[in-house]
Design a protein around this ligand. Structure first.
Ligand SMILES: Cc1cc2nc3c(=O)[nH]c(=O)nc-3n(C[C@H](O)[C@H](O)[C@H](O)COP(=O)(O)OP(=O)(O)OC[C@H]3O[C@@H](n4cnc5c(N)ncnc54)[C@H](O)[C@@H]3O)c2cc1C
Length: 291
Protein backbone atom coordinates (compact mmCIF):
# COMPACT_ATOMS: atom_id res chain seq x y z
CA UNK A 1 0.00 0.00 0.00
CA UNK A 2 1.30 3.44 -0.92
CA UNK A 3 1.77 5.98 1.85
CA UNK A 4 2.37 9.73 1.68
CA UNK A 5 5.69 11.34 2.60
CA UNK A 6 5.74 12.64 6.21
CA UNK A 7 3.90 15.91 6.82
CA UNK A 8 2.70 18.10 9.68
CA UNK A 9 -0.97 18.87 10.06
CA UNK A 10 -3.14 21.66 11.39
CA UNK A 11 -6.92 22.11 11.54
CA UNK A 12 -7.74 25.71 10.69
CA UNK A 13 -10.45 27.44 12.74
CA UNK A 14 -10.92 30.54 10.57
CA UNK A 15 -10.36 31.64 6.99
CA UNK A 16 -7.95 34.34 8.21
CA UNK A 17 -6.08 31.71 10.23
CA UNK A 18 -5.78 29.40 7.23
CA UNK A 19 -4.42 32.24 5.06
CA UNK A 20 -1.98 33.30 7.82
CA UNK A 21 -0.81 29.71 8.17
CA UNK A 22 -0.21 29.42 4.41
CA UNK A 23 2.00 32.52 4.64
CA UNK A 24 3.81 31.21 7.71
CA UNK A 25 4.59 27.75 6.30
CA UNK A 26 5.52 28.79 2.77
CA UNK A 27 5.28 27.08 -0.62
CA UNK A 28 5.36 23.51 0.73
CA UNK A 29 2.14 24.05 2.71
CA UNK A 30 -1.13 22.93 1.10
CA UNK A 31 -4.78 23.31 1.99
CA UNK A 32 -6.80 20.12 2.22
CA UNK A 33 -10.57 20.09 1.71
CA UNK A 34 -12.25 16.80 0.74
CA UNK A 35 -8.86 15.23 0.07
CA UNK A 36 -10.17 13.20 -2.86
CA UNK A 37 -7.67 14.64 -5.29
CA UNK A 38 -4.84 15.65 -2.96
CA UNK A 39 -4.57 12.44 -0.91
CA UNK A 40 -4.28 10.08 -3.91
CA UNK A 41 -1.56 12.37 -5.30
CA UNK A 42 0.24 12.31 -1.95
CA UNK A 43 0.03 8.52 -1.79
CA UNK A 44 1.59 8.33 -5.24
CA UNK A 45 4.15 10.96 -4.13
CA UNK A 46 3.06 13.20 -7.00
CA UNK A 47 2.48 15.79 -4.28
CA UNK A 48 4.74 15.97 -1.23
CA UNK A 49 3.55 18.90 0.91
CA UNK A 50 5.32 19.09 4.24
CA UNK A 51 2.44 20.91 5.95
CA UNK A 52 -1.31 20.34 5.52
CA UNK A 53 -3.87 22.92 6.58
CA UNK A 54 -7.23 21.21 6.96
CA UNK A 55 -10.06 23.66 6.16
CA UNK A 56 -13.00 21.34 6.84
CA UNK A 57 -14.10 23.20 9.99
CA UNK A 58 -14.49 26.56 8.22
CA UNK A 59 -17.99 27.92 7.65
CA UNK A 60 -17.77 27.85 3.89
CA UNK A 61 -20.50 25.35 3.09
CA UNK A 62 -23.60 27.01 1.64
CA UNK A 63 -25.61 27.70 -1.51
CA UNK A 64 -27.31 31.10 -1.22
CA UNK A 65 -29.42 33.00 -3.69
CA UNK A 66 -28.85 36.77 -3.57
CA UNK A 67 -30.48 39.43 -5.77
CA UNK A 68 -28.21 39.05 -8.78
CA UNK A 69 -26.18 35.94 -8.08
CA UNK A 70 -26.00 32.52 -6.49
CA UNK A 71 -23.10 32.20 -4.04
CA UNK A 72 -21.56 28.83 -3.26
CA UNK A 73 -19.10 28.40 -0.38
CA UNK A 74 -15.84 26.72 -1.37
CA UNK A 75 -16.39 23.85 1.07
CA UNK A 76 -19.80 22.90 -0.29
CA UNK A 77 -19.66 19.19 -1.06
CA UNK A 78 -20.76 17.48 -4.26
CA UNK A 79 -23.63 15.80 -2.37
CA UNK A 80 -24.98 19.18 -1.24
CA UNK A 81 -24.74 20.59 -4.75
CA UNK A 82 -26.63 17.57 -6.02
CA UNK A 83 -29.55 18.12 -3.66
CA UNK A 84 -29.64 21.93 -3.74
CA UNK A 85 -33.08 23.17 -4.78
CA UNK A 86 -31.67 26.61 -5.61
CA UNK A 87 -29.22 25.12 -8.10
CA UNK A 88 -31.80 22.72 -9.54
CA UNK A 89 -34.09 25.66 -10.26
CA UNK A 90 -31.53 28.22 -11.39
CA UNK A 91 -28.79 26.09 -12.93
CA UNK A 92 -29.86 22.47 -13.60
CA UNK A 93 -26.45 21.89 -15.23
CA UNK A 94 -25.18 21.29 -11.67
CA UNK A 95 -27.53 18.38 -11.06
CA UNK A 96 -26.76 16.91 -14.50
CA UNK A 97 -23.05 16.99 -13.66
CA UNK A 98 -23.29 15.86 -10.05
CA UNK A 99 -25.33 12.81 -11.01
CA UNK A 100 -22.33 11.55 -13.00
CA UNK A 101 -19.41 12.69 -10.83
CA UNK A 102 -17.74 9.75 -9.10
CA UNK A 103 -19.76 7.85 -6.48
CA UNK A 104 -21.45 8.70 -3.15
CA UNK A 105 -18.22 8.21 -1.18
CA UNK A 106 -16.41 10.84 -3.24
CA UNK A 107 -19.48 13.08 -3.46
CA UNK A 108 -19.89 13.10 0.34
CA UNK A 109 -16.41 14.59 0.83
CA UNK A 110 -15.24 16.30 -2.36
CA UNK A 111 -15.85 20.05 -2.49
CA UNK A 112 -16.47 22.60 -5.22
CA UNK A 113 -13.44 24.62 -4.07
CA UNK A 114 -11.19 21.57 -4.28
CA UNK A 115 -12.61 20.69 -7.68
CA UNK A 116 -11.92 24.07 -9.27
CA UNK A 117 -8.53 24.44 -7.53
CA UNK A 118 -7.34 20.99 -8.56
CA UNK A 119 -7.53 22.39 -12.12
CA UNK A 120 -7.71 18.95 -13.67
CA UNK A 121 -8.97 19.50 -17.21
CA UNK A 122 -11.35 16.57 -16.72
CA UNK A 123 -13.17 18.10 -13.72
CA UNK A 124 -16.86 18.34 -14.57
CA UNK A 125 -17.52 21.25 -12.18
CA UNK A 126 -14.86 23.42 -13.81
CA UNK A 127 -16.75 23.15 -17.11
CA UNK A 128 -20.05 23.84 -15.32
CA UNK A 129 -18.65 26.99 -13.69
CA UNK A 130 -17.07 28.16 -16.95
CA UNK A 131 -20.32 27.78 -18.90
CA UNK A 132 -22.20 29.72 -16.20
CA UNK A 133 -19.63 32.58 -16.33
CA UNK A 134 -18.69 32.10 -12.68
CA UNK A 135 -16.48 34.41 -10.67
CA UNK A 136 -14.08 32.96 -8.12
CA UNK A 137 -13.50 34.80 -4.82
CA UNK A 138 -9.89 34.46 -3.62
CA UNK A 139 -8.77 35.51 -0.16
CA UNK A 140 -5.20 36.50 0.56
CA UNK A 141 -3.25 38.33 3.25
CA UNK A 142 -4.40 41.71 1.90
CA UNK A 143 -8.09 40.85 1.47
CA UNK A 144 -10.44 39.49 -1.20
CA UNK A 145 -10.10 39.65 -4.96
CA UNK A 146 -12.27 38.13 -7.69
CA UNK A 147 -11.25 36.39 -10.90
CA UNK A 148 -13.58 35.39 -13.73
CA UNK A 149 -13.49 31.69 -14.54
CA UNK A 150 -12.21 32.65 -18.01
CA UNK A 151 -9.00 33.90 -16.37
CA UNK A 152 -8.80 31.36 -13.55
CA UNK A 153 -6.98 28.49 -15.27
CA UNK A 154 -3.42 29.46 -16.18
CA UNK A 155 -2.29 26.01 -17.37
CA UNK A 156 -2.65 22.29 -16.62
CA UNK A 157 -3.23 21.89 -12.88
CA UNK A 158 -2.51 25.57 -12.27
CA UNK A 159 -4.79 28.46 -11.37
CA UNK A 160 -4.75 32.16 -10.61
CA UNK A 161 -4.73 31.36 -6.86
CA UNK A 162 -1.39 32.70 -5.66
CA UNK A 163 0.92 31.61 -2.85
CA UNK A 164 -0.73 32.32 0.49
CA UNK A 165 -4.23 32.56 -1.01
CA UNK A 166 -7.35 30.42 -0.86
CA UNK A 167 -10.67 30.24 -2.68
CA UNK A 168 -13.62 31.08 -0.43
CA UNK A 169 -16.60 31.35 -2.77
CA UNK A 170 -17.90 30.76 -6.29
CA UNK A 171 -20.42 33.30 -7.61
CA UNK A 172 -22.83 32.64 -10.46
CA UNK A 173 -24.64 35.57 -12.09
CA UNK A 174 -28.44 35.30 -12.28
CA UNK A 175 -30.03 36.53 -15.49
CA UNK A 176 -33.52 35.92 -16.80
CA UNK A 177 -34.26 33.24 -19.40
CA UNK A 178 -31.43 30.92 -18.38
CA UNK A 179 -31.18 27.27 -19.39
CA UNK A 180 -28.22 24.97 -18.88
CA UNK A 181 -27.18 21.32 -19.29
CA UNK A 182 -24.19 19.00 -18.92
CA UNK A 183 -23.42 16.05 -21.22
CA UNK A 184 -20.73 13.48 -20.46
CA UNK A 185 -19.42 10.25 -21.93
CA UNK A 186 -17.48 8.02 -19.55
CA UNK A 187 -16.10 4.49 -19.72
CA UNK A 188 -18.07 3.33 -16.71
CA UNK A 189 -20.39 4.94 -14.16
CA UNK A 190 -18.57 7.41 -11.89
CA UNK A 191 -15.41 7.63 -13.96
CA UNK A 192 -13.78 10.83 -15.12
CA UNK A 193 -15.04 11.88 -18.55
CA UNK A 194 -13.74 10.70 -21.89
CA UNK A 195 -15.31 14.00 -22.89
CA UNK A 196 -17.89 16.30 -21.31
CA UNK A 197 -19.57 19.57 -22.26
CA UNK A 198 -21.46 22.14 -20.18
CA UNK A 199 -23.70 24.61 -21.99
CA UNK A 200 -25.69 27.60 -20.79
CA UNK A 201 -27.99 29.84 -22.82
CA UNK A 202 -29.84 32.99 -21.86
CA UNK A 203 -32.90 33.80 -23.99
CA UNK A 204 -34.95 36.94 -24.30
CA UNK A 205 -37.95 37.04 -26.62
CA UNK A 206 -36.72 33.92 -28.43
CA UNK A 207 -33.20 35.29 -29.05
CA UNK A 208 -30.01 34.06 -27.42
CA UNK A 209 -28.55 37.04 -25.56
CA UNK A 210 -25.63 35.22 -23.90
CA UNK A 211 -24.07 31.76 -24.26
CA UNK A 212 -21.58 29.63 -22.36
CA UNK A 213 -19.96 26.48 -23.77
CA UNK A 214 -17.16 24.76 -21.83
CA UNK A 215 -15.42 21.45 -22.49
CA UNK A 216 -13.90 18.99 -20.01
CA UNK A 217 -11.19 16.39 -20.76
CA UNK A 218 -10.74 17.85 -24.23
CA UNK A 219 -7.51 19.82 -23.78
CA UNK A 220 -4.79 20.72 -21.28
CA UNK A 221 -7.22 22.83 -19.22
CA UNK A 222 -10.97 23.43 -19.13
CA UNK A 223 -11.69 24.84 -22.59
CA UNK A 224 -14.10 27.70 -23.19
CA UNK A 225 -15.42 27.36 -26.74
CA UNK A 226 -15.47 31.08 -27.46
CA UNK A 227 -16.12 30.83 -31.21
CA UNK A 228 -19.17 28.67 -30.54
CA UNK A 229 -20.35 31.14 -27.87
CA UNK A 230 -19.98 34.09 -30.23
CA UNK A 231 -21.82 32.24 -33.01
CA UNK A 232 -24.82 31.61 -30.74
CA UNK A 233 -25.30 35.18 -29.52
CA UNK A 234 -28.06 37.22 -31.15
CA UNK A 235 -29.62 34.23 -32.92
CA UNK A 236 -32.75 32.15 -32.42
CA UNK A 237 -32.14 28.62 -31.11
CA UNK A 238 -32.26 25.98 -33.86
CA UNK A 239 -30.90 22.52 -34.59
CA UNK A 240 -28.80 23.92 -37.42
CA UNK A 241 -27.26 26.58 -35.16
CA UNK A 242 -26.44 24.03 -32.47
CA UNK A 243 -24.87 21.67 -35.03
CA UNK A 244 -22.68 24.52 -36.30
CA UNK A 245 -21.69 25.42 -32.70
CA UNK A 246 -20.78 21.75 -32.20
CA UNK A 247 -18.52 21.86 -35.26
CA UNK A 248 -16.74 24.94 -33.91
CA UNK A 249 -16.27 23.39 -30.45
CA UNK A 250 -14.88 20.21 -32.06
CA UNK A 251 -12.47 22.26 -34.17
CA UNK A 252 -11.32 24.35 -31.20
CA UNK A 253 -10.66 21.60 -28.66
CA UNK A 254 -7.25 20.02 -28.20
CA UNK A 255 -7.61 16.46 -26.88
CA UNK A 256 -4.72 14.08 -26.29
CA UNK A 257 -4.81 10.35 -27.12
CA UNK A 258 -4.84 8.16 -24.01
CA UNK A 259 -6.48 5.08 -22.54
CA UNK A 260 -9.84 6.81 -22.79
CA UNK A 261 -9.66 7.12 -26.58
CA UNK A 262 -7.94 8.53 -29.65
CA UNK A 263 -8.04 12.18 -30.70
CA UNK A 264 -10.57 11.73 -33.54
CA UNK A 265 -13.05 10.00 -31.25
CA UNK A 266 -12.74 12.69 -28.56
CA UNK A 267 -13.08 15.47 -31.13
CA UNK A 268 -16.19 13.76 -32.49
CA UNK A 269 -17.59 13.61 -28.94
CA UNK A 270 -16.86 17.31 -28.45
CA UNK A 271 -19.14 18.14 -31.39
CA UNK A 272 -21.93 15.74 -30.54
CA UNK A 273 -21.98 16.61 -26.82
CA UNK A 274 -21.93 20.35 -27.51
CA UNK A 275 -24.94 20.04 -29.81
CA UNK A 276 -26.80 17.87 -27.28
CA UNK A 277 -26.01 20.13 -24.32
CA UNK A 278 -27.14 23.22 -26.25
CA UNK A 279 -30.35 21.50 -27.31
CA UNK A 280 -31.22 20.65 -23.70
CA UNK A 281 -30.12 24.06 -22.39
CA UNK A 282 -32.37 25.78 -24.94
CA UNK A 283 -35.36 23.62 -24.03
CA UNK A 284 -34.87 24.54 -20.37
CA UNK A 285 -34.43 28.24 -21.19
CA UNK A 286 -37.63 28.22 -23.25
CA UNK A 287 -39.47 26.62 -20.32
CA UNK A 288 -38.24 29.47 -18.09
CA UNK A 289 -39.51 32.02 -20.61
CA UNK A 290 -42.98 30.42 -20.62
CA UNK A 291 -43.27 30.47 -16.80
C1 LIG B 1 -12.58 7.78 -7.55
C2 LIG B 1 -12.76 9.22 -7.92
C3 LIG B 1 -13.56 9.54 -9.00
C4 LIG B 1 -13.75 10.86 -9.35
N1 LIG B 1 -14.55 11.15 -10.41
C5 LIG B 1 -14.72 12.43 -10.78
C6 LIG B 1 -15.55 12.77 -11.88
O1 LIG B 1 -16.15 11.91 -12.53
N2 LIG B 1 -15.67 14.08 -12.21
C7 LIG B 1 -15.05 15.07 -11.49
O2 LIG B 1 -15.21 16.24 -11.84
N3 LIG B 1 -14.29 14.80 -10.42
C8 LIG B 1 -14.11 13.50 -10.05
N4 LIG B 1 -13.31 13.22 -8.97
C9 LIG B 1 -12.64 14.32 -8.23
C10 LIG B 1 -13.54 14.82 -7.11
O3 LIG B 1 -14.51 15.66 -7.71
C11 LIG B 1 -12.77 15.63 -6.03
O4 LIG B 1 -13.67 15.90 -5.04
C12 LIG B 1 -12.24 16.97 -6.45
O5 LIG B 1 -11.36 16.80 -7.52
C13 LIG B 1 -11.38 17.66 -5.38
O6 LIG B 1 -12.14 18.13 -4.35
P1 LIG B 1 -11.59 17.96 -2.86
O7 LIG B 1 -12.42 18.80 -1.98
O8 LIG B 1 -11.50 16.52 -2.54
O9 LIG B 1 -10.14 18.63 -2.98
P2 LIG B 1 -8.76 18.27 -2.26
O10 LIG B 1 -8.29 16.94 -2.75
O11 LIG B 1 -8.83 18.47 -0.81
O12 LIG B 1 -7.84 19.42 -2.88
C14 LIG B 1 -7.53 19.46 -4.26
C15 LIG B 1 -6.55 20.63 -4.50
O13 LIG B 1 -7.23 21.86 -4.30
C16 LIG B 1 -6.61 22.62 -3.25
N5 LIG B 1 -7.71 23.26 -2.52
C17 LIG B 1 -8.78 22.64 -1.96
N6 LIG B 1 -9.64 23.56 -1.47
C18 LIG B 1 -9.09 24.78 -1.74
C19 LIG B 1 -9.51 26.12 -1.50
N7 LIG B 1 -10.68 26.40 -0.89
N8 LIG B 1 -8.71 27.13 -1.92
C20 LIG B 1 -7.53 26.87 -2.54
N9 LIG B 1 -7.09 25.62 -2.80
C21 LIG B 1 -7.86 24.59 -2.41
C22 LIG B 1 -5.80 21.64 -2.45
O14 LIG B 1 -4.68 22.26 -1.82
C23 LIG B 1 -5.36 20.67 -3.55
O15 LIG B 1 -4.26 21.20 -4.24
C24 LIG B 1 -13.11 11.90 -8.61
C25 LIG B 1 -12.31 11.58 -7.51
C26 LIG B 1 -12.13 10.26 -7.16
C27 LIG B 1 -11.26 9.94 -5.98
Amino acid sequence: MQTPAPFDYERATSVEGAVASLAEHGPEARLIAGGHSLLPMMKLRLATPDYLIDINDLELSYVEERMTEVRIGALTRHAELLKSEVLARRFPVFRDAEEVIADPVVRNRGTIGGSVCQADAAEDLSAVCAALKATIVIKGPSGDRTVGLDGFYTGPFTTAVGAGEMVTEIRLPIRQGAGSAHEKVERRAGDFAIAAVSAALWLQGGTITEAGVALAALGPTTIIATRAEELLKGKAPSEELFARAGELAAADCNPIPDGRGPVDYKRHLAGVLTTRALRRAAARALQQEVH
